[in-house]
Write a protein that binds this ligand. Structure first.
Ligand code: ZN
Length: 286
């Protein structure tokens, strides 16, 4: 896969249309709707693979906010809403982590956008300046305070995630105690206030694994809306220090050979994660 699984999309986000009420009304009436529940689950149908259960907007009886997700090349406007999941024969609830890597470019992009917007609205109902309840504007892409007029936008928190290698055939991975048995993954952490992404790479790696790195190379980014992260993916070469789980986050850190990782795919994180993309990308560049 040329880009990480959740960085795929097939719609124009139509940012310039978000204030055009006439256009929005027409786009709603002929649009398609994806509904997620407050926990980010959606209705998934299974044919050849998983696909999202989308409704015609006219069939929706919910009262939640209408969130414009984007417009496809054929002109179809896709909308999202938070509400009760539609029922469909043979369908089941699923979430982005479970199915995001297996959906089409279009559906993966719609779902990640809806989950990100839904999480933001759920936790940003009040004005951070004066505490008044804010109102949704711009087809779900902004909130405005009716008291002081301040405008607020969906928040995204940058985090770095790093594939550590030795310049040869070994990668250094860590494991959190809550993960399924045997799973190891790349090293990740939030970018702190006043810090560059590159500084965060050096700091997080040193804190979590004890090693020093050089040759820090940016690879790609991926939204990870749990609740609001943007993962900035890097590779870095270990050049010093002493390997050991440094803080409370990891219970083990150890080296893996390429052959070991290629033969034991159960070690790897789920394919919706950028960690999976970073590790398999490194493996495939043998
Ligand atoms: Zn206010």
């Amino acid at each position: 896969m040329s880009v990480p699984a959740l960085s795929r999309t097939a719609v124009d986000r139509a940012a310039l249309r978000r204030d055009d009420d006439e256009w929005l009304a027409a786009a709603w009436s002929s649009g398609r709707l994806l509904i997620a529940d407050p926990d980010g689950r959606v209705t998934i149908s299974e044919d050849d693979g998983p696909s999202l259960h989308l409704l015609d907007t006219a069939r929706w009886e919910g009262s939640g906010e209408r969130l414009l997700l984007g417009v496809a090349a054929d002109g179809t406007a896709y909308w999202g809403a938070i509400g009760d999941l539609p029922r469909a024969l043979g369908a089941r609830p699923g979430d982005l982590r479970m199915v995001g890597g297996a959906l089409s470019d279009l559906e993966s992009g719609l779902l990640v956008t809806l989950v990100a917007l839904g999480n933001w609205h759920a936790s940003h109902r009040y004005c951070p300046r004066c505490g008044a309840q804010t109102e949704v504007i711009q087809a779900g892409w902004s909130r405005r305070c009716p008291v002081d007029g301040s405008q607020h936008f969906p928040r995204t928190d940058p985090a770095v995630i790093v594939l550590l290698h030795d310049g040869g055939d070994r990668a250094l991975l860590g494991r959190q105690p809550t993960w399924p048995k045997g799973r190891y993954s790349t090293i990740a952490g939030f970018v702190e206030a006043g810090e560059s992404a590159e500084q965060a790479v050096h700091r997080e790696v040193r804190e979590e694994t004890g090693v020093l790195v050089d040759d820090v190379i940016y690879r790609a980014s991926q939204p990870w809306p749990f609740p609001q992260s943007l993962m900035l993916g890097y590779e870095a070469r270990v050049v010093g220090g002493e390997v050991g789980a440094g803080d409370d986050e990891l219970e083990d850190v150890r080296w893996f050979d390429r052959d070991e990782l290629q033969n034991d795919i159960a070690t790897l994180p789920p394919n919706a994660s950028i960690a999976h993309w970073l590790i398999t990308g490194w493996l495939n560049r043998r």
